[in-house]
Design a protein around this ligand. Structure first.
Ligand code: F6R
Length: 610
């Protein structure tokens, strides 16, 4: 959730740290801070509540030059957002720590440290880590050994970076449950919780494995694994283009990412389909073997990725005839399950670092599933490294906290997977060709949906003064309604609920009046007539309807009914195309309301805590 960046260099590192924090702000943004080793031998710390810009202002007013430094942007877990709770945390004036994750046993550790005379100035679990390392440093007079001894007492998930004024030329880092990457420079080295933070200074990265600890110096990086054995981690080059972290001509990252969808959906199918077929081999060399006898698919994910899984269930059962269950990871991991024979365990995660999803995967690997598969957007993520079969989405870095292109590329990858699975279960060549044709048509259909942008912007005015809204869909469009409602609530803060339209009369219809806009996605499919009856029920109660439909749906605007038309699409790919107008609607409502579109309150991009 939080972001860490650090540097050991020959030049002043403040600018590098600030730029890194700006790039990590999507992970957490309620306070930020940095600590640098000054040439006077002192650790100089600056912390500010609010966004990185506030820290940048503070640093500009009182610059604290230094060639070794660590920095942090916070998403509060323990203790409110305040200067005292912001990182880095220090023990005395000489040791500073930044931390991403959660220390579960911090209360007992704090009590014992207090008994030893350490004083606490924050409500955070991180300050415990700082004092614990200092306590060990007093015994060992060696920062690396002190971090090693201190972390052996920690329970929970963490990535840590530590510096000490007595050893001014290095930073000690470790990883257990939270991501950490080392950026390899020339005569300088860096650390960060996401390689994006370091792109202005390097494109070469080493990914720490769980349990790794590293001594990062200007001219060397020495890594040891959890058994304290020296290890080499391979250096890989960053794959995405550098400008992916820039907004370009767009006002917000979210809008840029919505507009990128036609291109990235195409990129996700590229090399994986011919004119008429899905190339199973392109999904992974072992794909054929792993998919061959799958009798059940268990999908696990959170949030938007969970909605992608819900759409996939319709596809998998309809096209492959294989039973499919979908569950949110935070529930799945804490209950007993009956595992059917030959069940494929499928995790969907944009970041590949979501704590609940990873925990579920780790349980599943011990529990006797046939294989673990992942759909993910970050090649270097833990999820990718720990799965047997991976289909990478090709969305490129997604910076807006509200997921957009990650979702539609997840759906695209899930459809590729479904077709491959269905081929093992009797899907005909003709049906495969029809579906692949629908996949080829997607980029232009998404582009056509984007053409509605101006009209949707106009429509959004009707939502600005509303406090609640309903989203309706049926069949595979129901999860799309869920996703539309999630987008609206997370960036505009308007309460939005989604229902399968057939459920309306079982309760929610009581909410409908002229103050409750009702949004629905209504492509011409075999549920359309039933959906239309549900919409009549809404209109009869004075509810104003906002309908996204195609020409063949034969719906027209009239008093209290606003119909936006998008071109007809294949019923299977409709969930992908119909997501786009709902994203635009949420975006424009949020812009009109003046909320922080890219970094909505209380949220973070990568949820690496439980
Ligand atoms: C909402 C959103 C979140 C994520 C969820 C899972 O717009 O982005 O709901 O989908 O936190 O994240 P990943 O996909 O990284 O596992």
């Amino acid at each position: 959730m939080c972001g860490i960046v650090g540097a050991v260099s020959e030049r002043d590192v403040q600018g590098i740290l600030l730029e890194g924090l700006h790039r990590l702000e999507y992970r957490g943004y309620d306070s930020a801070g940095m600590a640098v080793m000054g040439s006077d031998g002192q650790v100089n710390r600056v912390r500010e509540v609010g966004k990185v810009a506030a820290l940048a202002d503070a640093v500009a007013t009182t610059p604290s030059r230094g060639i070794v430094g660590i920095a942090h942007t916070r998403w509060a877990t323990h203790g409110e957002p305040s200067q005292a709770n912001a990182h880095p945390h220090m023990s005395g004036q000489r040791l500073a720590v930044v931390h991403n994750g959660i220390i579960e046993n911090y209360i007992e550790l704090r009590d014992s440290l207090r008994a030893d005379g350490f004083e606490f100035t924050s409500q955070t679990d991180t300050e415990v880590v700082a004092h614990l390392i200092e306590q060990q440093f007093r015994l060992t007079a060696d920062l690396y050994k002190a971090v090693q001894a201190a972390t052996s007492k920690l329970r929970g998930a963490y990535a840590l970076a530590v510096l000490h004024a007595d050893e001014p030329d290095h930073v000690v880092v470790c990883r257990e449950g939270s991501p950490l990457v080392i950026g390899v420079g020339i005569g300088e080295n860096f650390i960060a919780s996401d390689q994006l933070a370091l792109l202005p200074v390097t494109d070469r990265f080493m990914f720490l494995e769980e349990g790794d600890m590293a001594d990062v110096r200007r001219d060397s990086v020495k890594i040891r694994d959890r058994d304290n054995a020296p290890v080499e981690r391979p250096i890989s080059r960053f794959e995405h283009s550098m400008d992916s972290a820039d907004k370009g001509e767009y006002r917000h990252f979210m809008l840029k990412e919505i507009y990128e969808q036609a291109r990235v959906i195409k990129a996700t199918t590229e090399g994986r389909i011919t004119k008429t077929r899905v190339l199973e081999q392109a999904l992974g060399t072992d794909a054929g073997k792993l998919l061959e006898n799958v009798r059940h698919v268990q999908i696990i994910a959170c949030g938007t990725s969970y909605h992608a899984g819900m759409v996939a269930r319709y596809w998998i059962e309809e096209l492959a005839g294989v039973p499919c269950s979908v569950e949110v990871a935070s529930e799945f991991r804490y209950r007993k399950h009956v595992i059917q024979a030959d069940t494929l365990f499928l995790c969907i995660s944009q970041s590949g670092e979501t704590a609940d999803t990873l925990a579920a995967l780790r349980q599943a690997k011990k529990a006797g599933f046939r294989a673990a598969m992942a759909i993910c957007n970050v090649p270097s993520s833990s999820l990718v490294r720990e799965s047997d079969l991976v289909i990478m989405t090709q969305a490129g870095p997604e910076i807006g906290v509200a997921s957009t292109k990650a979702f539609t590329t997840q759906l695209t990858a899930l459809l590729l997977f479904t077709i491959a699975l269905a081929k093992h279960n009797g899907l005909s060549d003709a049906k495969e060709a029809e579906l692949v044709e629908a996949l080829h048509a997607l980029p232009s259909q998404v582009a056509a949906a984007l053409d509605l942008d101006d009209a949707i912007e106009e429509l959004s005015a009707a939502f600005v003064d509303k406090h609640h809204s309903l989203f309706l869909g049926r069949g595979s469009l129901f999860p799309v309604a869920l996703e539309g409602a999630l987008k609206l609530k997370e960036i505009s803060y308007i309460h939005a609920e989604a229902y399968p339209a057939g459920e309306l009369k079982h309760g929610p219809l009581a909410l409908v009046d002229s103050d409750m806009p009702v949004v629905t996605v209504a492509p011409n499919n075999d549920m359309l007539e039933k959906l239309k009856s549900n919409l009549q029920e809404v209109r009869a109660r004075g509810g104003e309807l906002f309908i996204f439909a195609d020409g063949e749906s034969r719906m027209t605007s009239e008093e209290g009914i606003h119909v936006m038309q998008i071109p007809a699409v294949h019923p299977i790919t409709a969930p992908i195309v119909y997501t786009v107008p709902l994203q635009l609607l949420a975006y424009h409502v949020a812009v009109l309301k003046g909320t922080d579109v890219d970094q909505p309150r209380n949220l973070a991009k990568s949820v690496t805590v439980e």
